[in-house]
Write a protein that binds this ligand. Structure first.
Ligand SMILES: [Zn+2]
Length: 262
């Protein structure tokens, strides 16, 4: 029997039999793991605060042998999630962060930076007003952790640094393109690319969030569309959280991602 205590974010929880839950966790050292939480639907002591997607805290997990299914013995939240169901926008954002991670992360391989990116985005969204900039930073960092971050400041064909007020971008070809290789590709504002570069860096999330939140609506929309053009082809199934978010978004809003609506 091996037991571990680990920081964790609940990505998804679903009923398992009468009283148990199947809980998918993202952790820094064990990666993404599926766990069985015995009697979780009745135990307020071991699972104080419940186990909704976005619960952020410390998990105690155990398994009988290597390769066996993990048991979730306890989960202690460090962030308040009990009010999540009453704030629909926050609920939708947190669910989007978790569902996107669950769908894009297939391998259980541990990746401490991926966990840090999710914990940061969930923590920030639970703490303060949900902001699209927080989603964008997370999407870019998640893509980076999966080796899917597109080129943002050089031509993805020849490596030439890109500079112009509008730069050709093709997610299918790998990102930004120089004048020669980008002929005929759609352009994005250079300011959008600069925001994307600043957002995915490790340091100083506050300034990057503020800069992205203060950009013009056109630049923010271009950033959202750019990131979505990279994310969408990677999705193995439609995201339920996006459908939910679309239902919250005013009619006529440009598209169904956590974008400029709030
Ligand atoms: Zn080129």
């Amino acid at each position: 029997m091996s037991q571990a205590r680990t920081p964790a974010v609940v990505l998804q929880a679903s009923p398992l039999g009468e009283a148990d839950l199947m809980v998918v966790l993202l952790t820094p050292d064990l990666g993404k793991i599926r766990t069985a939480a015995k009697n979780a639907r009745n135990s307020k002591r071991r699972f104080a605060g419940g186990l909704p997607a976005g619960a952020l805290g410390e998990a105690t997990v155990s398994r009988r042998r290597e390769g066996a299914m993990w048991r979730l013995d306890a989960f202690r939240s460090v962030a308040e999630v009990s009010g999540l169901g009453r704030d629909l926008t926050r609920f939708a954002y947190v669910n989007y962060l978790c569902e996107l991670t669950d769908v894009l992360v297939v391998e259980p391989e541990p990746e401490a930076r991926r966990f840090a990116a999710l914990a940061e985005a969930v923590g920030e969204t639970l703490r303060s007003t949900p902001r699209p900039a927080v989603m964008r930073r997370f999407e870019l960092r998640l893509l980076d952790s999966l080796g899917l971050l597109p080129a943002l400041d050089h031509c993805c064909v020849c490596g030439e640094p890109t500079s112009a007020s509008e730069i050709a971008f093709s997610s299918g070809r790998g990102g930004t393109l120089c004048v020669v290789h980008g002929a005929g590709s759609p352009r994005v504002p250079a300011q959008t690319l600069a925001l994307a570069i600043a957002l995915q860096r490790d340091d100083d999330p506050e300034s990057a969030w503020d800069a992205a939140s203060a950009a013009s609506p056109a630049v923010r929309r271009a950033l959202r569309d750019l990131v979505q053009s990279v994310v969408r082809p990677q999705l193995r199934r439609p995201l339920r959280s996006l459908e939910f978010l679309a239902a919250l978004t005013p009619r006529g809003a440009v598209n169904r991602t956590p974008g400029d609506a709030p």
